[in-house]
Design a binder for this molecule. Structure first.
Ligand SMILES: *[C@@H]1O[C@H](CO)[C@@H](O)[C@H](O)[C@H]1NC(C)=O
Length: 254
């Protein structure tokens, strides 16, 4: 048998092994560092750069974080990460799951966590005190699915909005581990759609929004470059106003 017979087969199996390696590595732990907000209480924050508002304060039991590179100009807002510190004397195996609600960097950290999240990486209360005393610790992290049991994706109309000239909103309770990379609003009568801008963080906005009840479309992108438009069953009603909260009627698990 000549080499030219075996070569395509060899190439195929090499490519296959490469694919396997890549797939398993979306779950790989990445080395970094983490610190905490010294002035944070046991809650999250309602003033983070993501613009989550009151949702950010109670989110994930207060296990929230500011991110530097992982903030990704706001695309990272709402993404969940498992973060574990690596000092085996103090740190638990499981670490903590945090949600990005803010932007921040310093001391070569990827995460500046709430105190609640930072101490949540410790094995015991005493170990937590030791971690706080260290201030900055080595960590390993990976992206994980967010989960908000018994909640649909929810639309909170931002306080800056004024019907009918300016509409801004934040998307709360998105499960899974995909990014929302584009948002459209479509009129329900004639299907005229308008692409929104990411105003800042997780806040999507448009001047002169389409009129009537508005159908929302969200583009979900995964880390393999797969894009999917998700269209929830519930519309944003015509008389939307600042501060309103709407149940989209849909949730995602991936
Ligand atoms: C989510 O939306 C569905 C309709 O699509 C509704 O039946 C369900 O009650 C909603 N769940 C919550 C927790 O609001």
């Amino acid at each position: 048998m000549s080499l030219s017979f075996w070569y395509p087969l060899l190439l195929t199996s090499l490519l296959f092994m490469q694919t396997l390696a890549d797939t398993s590595c979306t779950d790989c732990l990445i080395n970094s560092r983490a610190s905490y907000y010294p002035n944070s209480d046991e809650q999250g924050t309602s003033v983070g750069a993501c613009g989550f508002g009151s949702f950010g304060a109670t989110l994930n039991g207060g296990d929230v974080t500011a991110a530097s590179d992982l903030y990704r100009n706001g695309v990272g807002c709402g993404a969940c990460y498992q973060v574990k510190c690596t000092n085996s004397a103090y740190c638990s195996d499981k670490g903590v799951t945090v949600v990005i609600t803010d932007q921040g960097s310093g001391h070569n950290t990827d995460f500046i966590m709430s105190k609640h999240a930072f101490t949540g990486m410790a094995q015991t209360i005493d170990a937590a005190a030791n971690l706080l005393a260290l201030g900055v610790v080595d960590v390993e992290y990976r992206r994980v699915s967010c989960s908000y049991s018994n909640k649909n994706i929810t639309i909170k109309i931002d306080e800056s909005s004024g019907n009918p000239h300016y509409l801004a909103f934040v998307i709360w309770n998105q499960q899974g581990k995909r990014d929302i990379t584009a948002v459209q609003l479509c009129e329900t009568q004639n299907f005229v759609c308008k692409l929104l801008d990411r105003d800042h963080g997780a806040v999507w906005a448009t001047t002169s929004p389409p009129t009537g009840p508005l159908s929302l479309r969200m583009l979900f992108s995964d880390d393999e470059g797969e894009d999917t438009w998700v269209v929830p069953p519930n519309n944003i009603p015509q008389d939307w106003k600042a501060g309103d909260i709407y149940d989209s009627g849909i949730q995602v698990t991936q």
